[in-house]
Structures are given as structure tokens and as C-alpha cells.
Write a protein that binds this ligand. Structure first.
Ligand SMILES: NC(=O)c1ccc[n+]([C@@H]2O[C@H](COP(=O)([O-])OP(=O)(O)OC[C@H]3O[C@@H](n4cnc5c(N)ncnc54)[C@H](OP(=O)(O)O)[C@@H]3O)[C@@H](O)[C@H]2O)c1
Length: 299
């Protein structure tokens, strides 16, 4: 099974491509090649370039992990946000549909308003932010395709070498430096271990299923709980973890507060449940890349 991954240099993209032997991988992204698989450098907003790429690579599936993911930036630069989060998907859907190639679109819990999470696939959407509205629009572009998967996920954590700081590594380094870590105490979700998501995406492609699936970790918690659990797991000073209400920070984009994604549909297909937060941390602590790059947190 050949899988073409867009956004190959991003957090999820890199992790997908690191799964040696799970598929025949091809990556593509805007930047120069930095991944150890065949790689195409291109701007996905160029429809002709997307068509040429898919024709040349002839994948079984395309996993679209390219997106503008900075939620506040999506409020500020609506044109760039639309190009990255909708236009790219329009091109991929048209090209994959014509070629009979399967398309996986990664979406988000931000399609919900966070009034009454956790949410199942059939629950009513009501995005609060431009990012959430555009991702919801992107989902609709796959309707009518024969082989199409929309996978909504949330709160990705873990360590993927070559990507910049993420919430996990930044929190660990802040706490290890003895600095206060201010985290939202009123945002609820179920953090998703990024290798668990990457594995799940391969399994779904291999199972040749289509439709909408929610993928999140098995532990529902606040961001404040998450930071406390992280401090506890790595023997760091949990007194440094300070709760902050979201409304106090003046973020550009409104956040869904009581969010979270239920995974019963996915579990029925996979025959297993996603990892809980402490299980994910155990995996991360054992990960050779993490141990090499963060020896100070080795356990
Ligand atoms: N991270 C999370 O917690 C989270 C939660 C829910 C859903 N998701 C979804 O999961 C997917 C992957 O997220 P991520 O965290 O891996 O994101 P990421 O690390 O920000 O990576 C996104 C990638 O998309 C690429 N990209 C953006 N615009 C592009 C364009 N016009 N042409 C080509 N490439 C472009 C970026 O390239 P550059 O490196 O060149 O900028 C980047 O490599 C996204 O769809 C996101 O919405 C993520």
C-alpha cells in the first residue's frame, strides 16, 4: 500500500512517515526534503502541481496532513487560512476523485462549540473560530468521493524529531527550568498521542473504510490536569503549574471549552481503544528519539 503524505514536515506528517514498513511512504511539502522517504517539494495550492504529483506517485491513499494550524493566525489572515485549509483540499479531492485514489482529510474538534462535549460523529457542529469553520468546510469537500475518510482529532502530543517545540516538550522544558507553566483550567479534551494517531490512520487505510471518524486519547481531562499529570510523571514540580481561565488571556480565536471526541465508532472498527494519557507518556518516555534528544527526562 503506497501512501502519499502532504504536510510531510509537520508534526503528524513526520510521524506518519517515520512508520517504516507500515506502508510504502512518499512525502510532499513546501520546504526542502528532510524526511528519509521519497519526497516532492511543491505548493499544494497549485492545482496542476497536485494533479502531476498524484499522477506520478500513483498512491493508494493520500493523507492530507497539510494545514494552517495556528488557530489565532487563521483569524488574522483569513485568505491564507482559506488557501491552506480549504483550497488544498478542493484540489486533492478533485484529483483523487478523478484518479480513484483514496483521500484522508485530518480535521479537528474545533468544528464543535464546546458547550457539551465530548462529541460523537453525529453530533451537531457549530464552529466558533475561522479555523473551525474552514476545517468543517474542508470535510464537506470529500462528500461524494468513493474512497474518502475524515478523521477528526485533537490535542496532539508526543515527540517527533525535526519538528519545533510542541506543547509537550515546551511544558517539560518550562517546568525543568523551574519556571511557572500557565495552562487553561477550563478547556476540556482527550489528548491524542501522535504515534497512536499515525498508526490508526494506516489501519483505517488498510481496512479500506470510508466515512467520518473521531480519534482522541482515552483520557478526558483539562489542560491543567494534563500539565499536572505531565509534571507528576516526569517528577517535576507540579506547584509550578498554574491554572488560567481562557477568558483572561485575550486570544484572537474563541476556543471550544467543554470539548473532547468520543471514539466508540473507531474502536468498533479497530478492535482496540486509543491510548490513555499515562500510557502515551510511558510510550514517549521509552521512545529512543525522545531519550536521545531529552536525556534529562529519561526515566
Ligand atoms: N496539532 C494538533 O493538536 C491538531 C489537533 C487537531 C487537528 N489537527 C490537524 O492535524 C493535521 C496535522 O496537524 P499538525 O499538528 O501536524 O500541523 P503542523 O505541524 O502545523 O504541520 C502542517 C504542515 O502543513 C504544511 N502546509 C501548510 N500550508 C501548506 C501549503 N500551502 N502547501 C504545502 N504545505 C503546507 C506546513 O508546511 P510548512 O512547514 O512549510 O509550514 C506544515 O508542514 C492538520 O490538518 C490539523 O488541522 C492537529
Amino acid at each position: 500500500m503506497r501512501i502519499l503524505v502532504t504536510g510531510a514536515n509537520g508534526f503528524l506528517g513526520r510521524r506518519l512517515l517515520a512508520q517504516e514498513g507500515a506502508a510504502e511512504w512518499v512525502g510532499c511539502g513546501r520546504g526542502a526534503a528532510t524526511v528519509g522517504v521519497p519526497y516532492w517539494q511543491l505548493e499544494l495550492t497549485d492545482r496542476d502541481a497536485v494533479a502531476a504529483l498524484v499522477a506520478e506517485v500513483a498512491p493508494d491513499w493520500v493523507v492530507n496532513a497539510a494545514a494552517m494550524t495556528n488557530v489565532d493566525q487563521c483569524e488574522e489572515d483569513a485568505d491564507a487560512a482559506r488557501r491552506a485549509n480549504v483550497e488544498i483540499v478542493e484540489h486533492l479531492a478533485a484529483v483523487c476523485g478523478d484518479a480513484g485514489v483514496g483521500l484522508v482529510q485530518i480535521s479537528t474538534d474545533y468544528v464543535f462549540d464546546g458547550a457539551a462535549g465530548p462529541y460523537a460523529e453525529g453530533d451537531a457542529t457549530n464552529p466558533l473560530s475561522n479555523y473551525g469553520r474552514l476545517k468543517l468546510e474542508s470535510e464537506s469537500l470529500l462528500r461524494g468521493l468513493e474512497r474518502a475518510l475524515v478523521v477528526r482529532t485533537l490535542w496532539l502530543y508526543g515527540y517527533v524529531p525535526g519538528t519545533g517545540a510542541n506543547f509537550t516538550t515546551w511544558s517539560l522544558e518550562t517546568l525543568a527550568a523551574g519556571e511557572p507553566l500557565r495552562v487553561f483550567a477550563d478547556q476540556w479534551g482527550n489528548p491524542t498521542y501522535v504515534p497512536d494517531l499515525a498508526r490508526t490512520l494506516v489501519e483505517l487505510c488498510r481496512a479500506e473504510v470510508s466515512g467520518l471518524f473521531h480519534m482522541g486519547g482515552a483520557t478526558f481531562m483539562t489542560r491543567h490536569d494534563l500539565a499536572l499529570a505531565l509534571a507528576d510523571f516526569f517528577d517535576l514540580d507540579s506547584a509550578l503549574v498554574q491554572p488560567v481561565p481562557t477568558g483572561e488571556v485575550g486570544l484572537k480565536a474563541e476556543r471550544p471549552l467543554r470539548s473532547g471526541l468520543k471514539t466508540d465508532t473507531l474502536e468498533a472498527i479497530l478492535g482496540r481503544r486509543p491510548l490513555g494519557f499515562s500510557e502515551g507518556l510511558e510510550c514517549m518516555a521509552r521512545d529512543p528519539d525522545f531519550r536521545r534528544d531529552f536525556p534529562q527526562f529519561a526515566r
